[in-house]
Design a binder for this molecule. Structure first.
Ligand SMILES: [Zn+2]
Length: 492
């Protein structure tokens, strides 16, 4: 019976965030050890869900030491990085010999000492397992993929959807590849191509444009057996590291010059289309004016704060748009969310039905999207913030936003949460008694992932710029560590 190592260690590190990612942050949500992992993920449409099904199908014995998936935030402490990696490497020693590995990583993790945290981890695992053992890795399509990652993984399989709804399918693809490799049918080898660019491919949007075109071309090559895997990553641009940016990795059976040719050809296209963008940001004033519109019976307008996206390391506590709504006395608004554990605790002490004044949001870095707001309102709902997410990105997995509250200020139902996270599931409203389909306007904080669940319930989607942490700012002052010359900092 084959013994397969699987583990999940995913973090998208926004190096500009002032919130460090330490063990306390990692333990706060979606953190499971050993036998907790099958309980949490068996039967779900997730990467681990697929991994457990594949183990049943192929008769693998799984070794599953840890699943860690903290919300995107600042640099991972060396302590946290080393602890999680040690759990995985110790499991290899204690429960080996290992015949193959199927790992679920993000690909944009930065620790205090390692800009390329996943590359460092894969290099250490490769040394431990040796060159003959296949290591298959699923990645987020926002991975900043490096040469070190390509050299030490047998295959890198990136998501092909943004919003990301294909983790399950990608993990199955990885499992089938791993099984073939362990049987000795194939020897997967991966090459990488990159260009001097901080971002591109429309930040990975897969609805239309160059990302969608390259994914379709890659899948056609896979179907015709021209490659085992073609992965296109848009990169994660909120990272001041040398290797930030898009990449294409190609996996073929054994060494082949053709793999590099495909990768270079694809990256030529990413380079040519680097200016392409489908994003149009409105000012707070413009968004407030639109939020006021809507007739009774209309579906809601969906307004997303693009720049305070907790899914990209945003603090989730920017107040500029909320302030615009309050000052404009706009009603019929459901607002998700202000991440403010202190305000939630104050609301809990006041109790349901209490009329009270709270200082809400804007506390972590006030210039980033607006400072604290003093608001008088009513505490209308309090929950533990836990529910099972059944939406397109939910997979039937429990989510935990920590103690949560609905605070009603005039005609605005403001959701305040303890554990930061972007709006991706209607349950983030309905679990608090807020039916988002019944409001004039639904405000969320997210760049793109909200679309999977919220676009279908809205009449229109607009994006607002509050000047928060995830603003599109590319200057040499911010990107001090990136390789140069690089677009768009230098002329090409
Ligand atoms: Zn992503």
């Amino acid at each position: 019976m084959k013994r397969v190592l699987t583990a999940r260690f995913m973090h998208e590190t926004n190096t500009f965030s002032r919130v460090p990612t330490d063990m306390a942050m990692i333990r706060r949500r979606d953190y499971h050890l050993e036998n907790e992992i099958p309980i949490a993920f068996r039967g779900t449409r997730s990467a681990f869900g697929a991994t457990f099904e594949a183990a049943d199908k192929f008769g693998w014995t799984l070794v599953h030491p840890v699943s860690a998936n903290p919300n995107p935030s600042g640099i991972v402490t060396d302590d946290a990085f080393e602890r999680i990696i040690r759990m995985i490497l110790d499991a290899v020693d204690a429960k080996g010999p290992i015949d193959g590995a199927l790992l679920h990583l993000h690909g944009a993790m930065v620790s205090e000492s390692r800009e390329d945290a996943e590359g460092e981890f894969l290099a250490r695992l490769r040394r431990r397992l040796g060159t003959a053992v296949p290591i298959i890795v699923t990645l987020d399509l926002h991975a900043n993929v490096t040469q070190q990652m390509a050299d030490n993984a047998s295959a890198l399989i990136a998501y092909r959807t943004y919003p990301h709804i294909d983790q399950y399918e990608r993990a199955w693809q990885g499992a089938e590849l791993l099984e073939r490799a362990m049987r000795g049918e194939i020897r997967p080898r991966t090459v990488i191509a990159r260009r001097p660019m901080i971002y591109g491919l429309d930040h990975g949007r897969t609805q239309r444009g160059p990302m969608a075109e390259l994914i379709a071309r890659g899948e056609a090559i896979e179907r015709s057996d021209g490659a085992l895997v073609v992965s296109i990553c848009a990169g994660f641009s909120r990272a001041n590291i040398r290797d930030v940016g898009p990449s294409v990795t190609v996996t073929l059976d054994d060494q082949s010059a053709r793999a590099q040719e495909i990768a270079e050809e694809f990256m030529d296209y990413a380079w040519e289309t680097r200016d392409f963008s489908t994003v149009k940001l409105l000012s707070v004033g413009e968004a407030v004016a639109l939020a006021r519109q809507g007739k009774p019976g209309d579906k809601p307008l969906i307004v997303a704060d693009y720049t305070d996206n907790p899914g990209g390391g945003g603090y989730g506590d920017a107040t500029a748009f909320l302030k615009g709504l309050v000052d404009g006395e706009v009603g019929g608004i459901a607002f998700h969310a202000i991440c403010d554990p202190e305000a939630v605790q104050q609301g809990m002490r006041a109790g349901i039905g209490a009329k009270t004044t709270l200082t809400l949001g804007g506390k972590i870095d006030p210039p980033m999207g607006g400072g604290p707001l003093s608001l008088t309102g009513e505490v209308v709902c309090l929950t533990n913030g836990r529910f099972i997410a059944y939406g397109p990105m939910g997979g039937g997995i429990e989510r935990d936003y920590g103690p949560s509250m609905v605070f009603r200020v005039g005609g605005i139902d403001i959701i305040a949460i303890t554990n930061n996270g972007q709006a991706v599931d209607l349950g983030q409203f309905t679990s608090l008694g807020v039916d988002p389909t019944r409001y004039r306007t639904v405000a969320v904080k997210s760049m793109q992932h909200f679309r999977a669940a919220f676009e279908p319930i809205g009449r229109e989607v607009i994006l607002v710029n509050t000047g928060a942490l995830c603003s599109e700012i590319y200057t040499p002052e911010l990107f001090t560590k990136v390789r140069r010359p690089v677009w768009p900092l230098d002329p090409f």
